[in-house]
Unconditional design. Structure first.
Length: 634
């Protein structure tokens, strides 16, 4: 077994070294289905930008992902298909001009859409896109009035009570909904044949709970009335709010022209700017489009528009994992990677400072050109990568101190850690009639962020294990453990991910592996192991709110489960040995499980296939197995 472990580790190490970019980063794809491909076509056609080569390439990729029944899916075992994804793909293909509504595959897509309720049953964000491009009317009332953007941070509810990733989409959306802006061209397709009840094209059913919409709008409007005085009329407030929304976006445009490096936020920003009088040829519009184009990547020979790039995330994880696998921190591959990471540390005050005003910048973000939106996970991941070179590389020690301080300062008052901002967890916002609101509007403490932060503090810093921050983090995990022993992971799929992070974090901070909390977690992982020795979890876990088996094993899920079991075991158990065997035997195989999403942005709507994970996490698990059990593995 030992020789097989070493051989597989060597294969993965060589593969990762080979794939490093010239600047020291790894630019493995951040793949998110066909939505961004479709929206890019719709954007380019709406702006009358004739990027025919790109539009044709995106169209070809969309067609290649269509199911035999005419639908498109978000993940392999979703069922017959996803209605919103199918509508978006159909619309993108039709607008591209490289497909015709009478084509056999398009007729199949049309049939699927109509059989599943038509455009009437599309998701909220699909309906927003349809309204933007003239396919339906904007609703008469939007749950949040534009002037609510002016509410100060000390008010019971305000803009900064929404998560930064939600805020980035909501700010341009509020402006667009207020203006009821629509953009059509002579080539805009007519999708009216996809309405089951044509009268619903009016926008009356844009949201599903009309009473709640009015309740929220009235509540927020009453708050904004406090801003009015004899000097300002409502019209003045709306003008001021529109200007503030515009300035919010302008101040957060990155060097590539995108809004916080997010595709959806940039897409909405472009339309929002035009609603305020910007020309299609305005430099900011063109820069934003070029920024989105720069996110294009090749996957299996086809062009895909990434939602964002994952270069910092990939690089921090890979640099650390290679070092865990025995690659010297003095190796040129690690040196280049860590110089890249040092160049991406952030020194600007982003939105996080609103709820964390006494801390200096020092975190890392997710994407290559992110300079103002750090997150806890990327920060601790980058710090793991640079930890070994602190003593002899000038510049890294200060980076370490700033990053560690920033990461620790982000702990929520409940004891857990969020992703982007402290204490952005007002549950009342879950009552807003916003699809996926629990994922989009809030940034609560999560088991994955809390566990991984604890693992960093316990294994990579000199923070005392009895430190109050660690004690509070452990207590948060104790309270959030599910009855079956698992934890839910917000940013991965799903319970295996959360349980891995929690177990490794607890062990790193000195928890007894025989304690009930950890025994239950270990037993749960053993209970869900597949007969082939691997593990696999369905994306359905997000929407079902419980563990849903994939009925197949994936390399990444197996590696997460294994790493947790290895950390909590004093000797290699049969479950561990079977899992290791699975990683070795299946590491080079390719089938649908290798492309299955392992991350999510919004449960039920947005899933992520990280192309780096199938290399990173098996190598990490094998390395930890080797380090801990090398004598037994002889």
């Amino acid at each position: 077994m030992k020789q097989w472990v070493l051989s597989e580790m060597e294969r993965l190490i060589n593969l990762l070294k080979r794939d490093q970019s010239q600047d020291g980063s790894w630019d493995y794809a951040f793949e998110t289905g066909v939505a961004t491909d479709s929206y890019m076509i719709i954007l380019l056609r709406s702006l009358e930008i004739h990027e025919e080569k790109l539009i044709q390439a995106l169209s070809e990729r969309i067609v290649s992902k269509q199911e035999k029944n005419g639908a498109w899916k978000l993940f392999y075992d979703e069922g017959p298909g996803n209605l919103s994804a199918t509508i978006e793909a159909y619309y993108g293909l039709l607008y591209s001009g490289y497909a015709n509504s009478e084509d056999p595959n398009m007729k199949k897509a049309e049939q699927f859409i109509l059989q599943h309720g038509g455009l009437n049953e599309a998701g909220m964000f699909t309906k927003i896109m349809l309204a933007l491009t003239g396919q339906q009317a904007w609703p008469k009332f939007f749950p949040i009035p534009l002037e609510a953007i002016l509410l100060p941070v000390h008010f019971p509810l305000n803009l900064y009570d929404i998560s930064v990733f939600g805020r980035a989409n909501m700010v341009p959306l509020l402006l667009l909904a207020h203006e009821k802006y629509q953009l059509t061209t002579p080539q805009t397709p007519d999708l009216s044949h996809l309405y089951v009840h044509f009268d619903e094209r009016s926008g009356h059913h844009f949201f599903r709970e009309s009473d709640r919409i009015l309740e929220w709008r009235n509540y927020l409007s009453s708050l904004t009335k406090a801003l009015q005085s004899s000097f300002y009329t409502l019209n003045h407030l709306e003008e001021i709010a529109a200007e503030q929304a515009k300035q919010y976006m302008l101040k957060r445009i990155e060097s590539d022209g995108t809004f916080l490096n997010y595709f959806s936020a940039t897409f909405l920003m472009i339309f929002a700017f035009m609603s305020q009088g910007f020309s299609k040829k305005d430099k900011k519009i063109r820069n934003a489009v070029n920024g989105l184009k720069s996110m294009a990547t090749l996957i299996d020979g086809r062009v895909h528009m990434q939602y964002t790039t994952a270069d910092v995330w990939n690089t921090s994880l890979i640099s650390y994992t290679l070092q865990e696998a025995g690659v010297s921190e003095k190796d040129d591959v690690i040196q280049k990677a860590n110089r890249y990471l040092l160049s991406r540390q952030q020194f600007k005050y982003g939105d996080w400072v609103v709820h964390n005003p006494s801390t200096s910048p020092g975190g890392w973000g997710f994407s290559d050109l992110n300079t103002i939106n750090p997150d806890v996970d990327d920060t601790t991941a980058s710090l793991r990568a640079i930890q070994k070179i602190l003593s002899y590389q000038p510049g890294f020690h200060q980076a370490w101190e700033r990053g560690t301080q920033w990461g620790m300062s982000m702990q929520n008052t409940d004891g857990g850690w969020p992703s982007f901002e402290r204490n952005v967890d007002k549950k009342i916002l879950n009552l807003l009639p916003v699809q996926g609101g629990e994922f989009l509007l809030l940034d609560p403490s999560t088991a994955d962020l809390t566990g991984r932060t604890l693992e960093f503090l316990g294994n990579f810093t000199n923070v005392n294990k009895n430190h109050s921050a660690i004690a509070r983090g452990i207590e948060w995990l104790r309270k959030k453990q599910n009855q079956n022993g698992s934890w839910y992971g917000r940013w991965g799929i799903c319970y295996i991910y959360g349980t891995w992070a929690a177990v490794t974090g607890l062990i790193a901070c000195g928890a007894d592996s025989k304690a009930p909390m950890l025994r239950k977690a270990v037993q749960w992982l053993k209970d869900i192991q597949n007969e082939d020795g691997g593990w696999g979890e369905s994306c359905k876990s997000d929407t079902e709110k419980r563990y849903m088996p994939l009925k197949a094993s994936t390399l990444t899920h197996t590696a997460w489960a294994l790493d947790a079991l290895i950390s909590a075991s004093s000797s290699p158990t049969p479950a561990i040995e079977k899992g290791i065997q699975f990683l070795i035997e299946k590491g080079n195989n390719k089938n649908w499980t290798h492309n299955y999403p392992k991350g999510q942005g919004m449960g039920g709507a947005f899933y992520i296939h990280y192309h780096s994970y199938r290399y990173i996490y098996p190598l990490l698990a094998l390395s930890h197995y080797k380090h801990k059990f090398q004598r037994e593995a002889v």
